[in-house]
Design a protein around this ligand. Structure first.
Ligand code: UDX
Length: 471
């Protein structure tokens, strides 16, 4: 039998179920993975609620089809996630608690799905978000079901979670310009949060292994350190990221976002893209400073301004009423009309980052944003707000040298003034230091895309994972 016929035969009777945490930054990563696996002929089932499945398909649309993925719309009680408050960020990330509480309702329908697939399938593989550890215990209790956890944060963040939650003294180990010993006690995680992570880690003990959404060219040293951890040594680890597509299929249709049309008119690498992900909003006071800082920089920009009440995906898109913000922005839009675009709500981030006119990304350093930016070779102006973001910031600035800092994590309680915002933009976009950071970002981008292509480490790990589950 030739290789392709053999691979096709092996795929028969294998079912993969992916279970994301119901929060957008996690939903989209497993959708990207589901699309990659289904493109390779694997039968994939995406398990979530109707609302979340609709949202993620709508927002992460295009680029790769998901026609062959089986979406399962499980009932889930509506829940609202509070805004993670930067000043309270040292506490357990309370914004995740409603998602954790709601997600438990997925246990029963998930069990029913896994049982129904186990009977006719040769093999059932559950890939669950590492924060959905109840699913690991469930899989272990079902005959014929094997589980892998999926880490939706950086290997660096996972490593530090592990070390800190085990009370391990961080080693005097230098990676890039970062000595790991100085990272400890930075107020990123409380004892309560570390206890939560420890329990999560223990619950995934029965898993066959893990998938990491990262790649060796970004995090090789940290992936190696993780593989030396006692439990990881016994389990399989596949570093398959970045999962986001890197080639934009721009079909030039009328549904292109207006900001892309504007971007088309700008010179190469001249535009600063500003976005803080899907969980954080800035105070009106901070928005005013950011507006002033962007304008004072004299640089072109696209700024995605997310309204706080959009944190709840059940809120009606576009129905928010932010009188003070609207007032603040009414004249601003006219003033910056020639140099900038303010997008209220949602922008096509991947297309913006892939666009030749984009020259820098002011970001909160959520892991998706980091991976998307690194894979497109776009340097970052880092402004960490909560959770793993301070750690991702260190990775981008100190380890990879692909970013500059807007606001230090240690100053999270303070308002970041317009002057600091302006200065960080100028450092990256026109300063000497910026040239080197841009050069590094381009080089890292090339290395990441190589890792994703045939012969690269991430492609090889994805192949190895598929070979394992279909063997
Ligand atoms: C959350 C956590 O905050 C983050 O720390 C963790 O690493 C992942 O989960 P979030 O805050 O949403 O993520 O940030 P990020 O990880 O950057 O994900 C945002 C995603 O939404 C990206 O894929 C980005 O491309 C997309 N996005 C966001 C858009 O496409 N358009 C927008 O306007 C805003």
């Amino acid at each position: 039998m030739d290789d392709s016929r053999e691979a096709e035969t092996n795929l028969r009777g294998v079912s993969v179920v992916v279970l994301p945490l119901p929060a957008f930054g996690h939903l989209n990563q497993l959708l990207h993975l589901a699309r990659l696996l289904s493109a390779r002929g694997v039968a994939v089932h995406y398990a979530g609620s109707a609302t979340h499945n609709r949202q993620v398909r709508d927002r992460a649309r295009g680029w790769r089809p998901d026609a062959t993925i089986h979406f399962h719309d499980f009932p889930l009680p509506p829940f609202a996630s509070p805004e993670p408050d930067p000043r309270a960020a040292v506490k357990f990330p309370a914004h995740l608690q409603p998602a954790f509480d709601a997600a438990v309702h997925l246990r029963q329908p998930l069990a029913a799905l896994l049982r129904s697939l186990a009977a006719p399938s040769r093999r059932v593989v559950l890939i669950h978000d590492s924060a959905m550890s109840f699913a690991a215990a469930l899989a272990a209790s079902l005959p014929g079901v094997e589980a892998f956890s999926f880490h939706s944060v950086s290997a660096f963040a996972v490593l530090l979670y592990l070390w800190e939650s085990c009370g391990k003294q961080l080693e005097d180990l230098v990676v890039g310009k970062l000595n790991l010993a100085v990272v400890t006690n930075d107020g990123c995680f409380t004892d309560e949060f570390l206890g939560f992570l420890r329990r999560q880690h223990q619950m995934t003990g029965a898993d066959s292994g893990r998938l990491l959404n990262t790649c060796r060219s970004i995090e090789g040293p940290f992936i190696d350190l993780l593989k030396e951890e006692p439990r990881w040594r016994e389990q399989k680890t596949f570093a398959v990221g970045p999962l986001n597509p890197i080639v934009v299929a721009d079909d030039g249709t009328s549904c292109r976002h207006e900001c892309l049309e504007w971007l088309d008119q700008q010179p190469p690498s001249s535009v600063v893209y500003v976005s803080f992900g899907t969980t954080s909003s800035l105070s009106d006071e901070q928005v005013a400073e950011l507006a002033a800082g962007l304008q004072a920089s004299g640089q072109r920009f696209i700024w995605v301004l997310r309204d706080a009440d959009r944190a709840d995906i059940y809120a009606d898109e576009g129905s928010s009423d932010h009188t003070s913000l609207d007032k603040l922005l009414s004249n601003y839009n006219k003033a910056v009309h020639r140099s900038g675009r303010v997008v209220r709500g949602w922008a096509p981030q991947l297309e913006i980052l892939a666009h030749r006119s984009t020259g820098g990304f002011m970001s909160h350093c959520g892991w998706n944003s980091c991976m998307e930016s690194l894979s497109m070779g776009v340097p970052i102006m880092a402004w960490p707000i909560h959770s793993d973001q301070p750690r991702n910031t260190l990775l981008v600035t100190h380890v990879l040298g692909t970013g500059v800092l807007v606001r230090d994590w240690a100053k999270r309680n303070e308002l970041t003034p317009a002057t600091a915002i302006r200065d960080s933009i100028l450092r990256l976009m026109i300063g000497e230091e910026g040239k080197e950071v841009q050069r590094r970002a381009k080089a890292v981008g090339q290395a990441v895309r190589k890792a994703m292509a045939e012969g690269g480490s991430s492609k090889a790990d994805l192949d190895a994972f598929i070979a394992y589950i279909t063997s």
